[in-house]
Design a binder for this molecule. Sequence first.
Ligand SMILES: [Zn+2]
Length: 296
Amino acid sequence: MYAGLDIGGTSMKCMLLDAEKHPIDTASFPTCSIDGMERAVDTISEEIGTMLKNSGGVLCSLGIGCSGPLNIKTGVIENPYTLPGFEGHSLTMALRERLQVPVLLENDANTAHLGEIESMDTPPGNSIMLTFGTGVGCSIRLDGKIFRLPGGVHPEIGHIPVGVDADILCYCGKTACLENVLSGTAINRDAQLRFASSPEEILQAQGSDKEKEKFRKRLVKALTDAVLSLSIIFHPQIIIIGGGIEDLLVEYIIPDLSCLLERLLSTYGKTRLIPARKGSLAGCYGAALMAYTEER
Ligand SMILES: [Zn+2]
């Protein structure tokens, strides 16, 4: 059996795969990083133990996807914003000792991307996955391989500039960066600040209300800027849009963008925007696939 674990700020998702890569079981449980790494290792081991007992299998390896910054070599997670309590400890080392199997750590956008690619009939050569939730995550695969910066550093694109107005300064030092405009956190915040309303209510209004339509067009412009920059640099055949606010983007933002891409990118090859298909299970599925692949 191969286990995949997706660690989010509030919950963890776990999936077991059999020797033919078929999902056998999934589980979800609270992260509670504030209780410390030791408690998390106890919980993860217990949950995986229960799943193995129910399936009657033996664990061969474990793959983990987690939001960065993190060190995939040492297994240390350094994310005090969404995972306070985990910083400074090696999660892979602790779980390796406890479970007595190889344990691998990867950025969660990379594991979700792998989960999405694996479920396609024809995997693209170059592809990008963007995840929009609390923040904005990114995974880039070139010639079928994860793209990393020198030293194995994960490319973070959440704070690239976008050409729209923004009222509040981001912790990166800019106002109009992608994450400060288009993350779920930012959209919710701005919807409240500008209209005292929910994003859904504003975006539904579309053409019927001038100010609300301006709000929607601002989000379209931010995603257009980011997608164009990434497309021009990396020439992906597809950009997969996922994360907690995927449905909102797919319904109200992406349709405008697809038409723009048709017109603007003919010299760089065609990039298509597609919604993630595996939903919230892409991360743990991709993490389990990583464990499966590394073992063979
Ligand atoms: Zn920023």
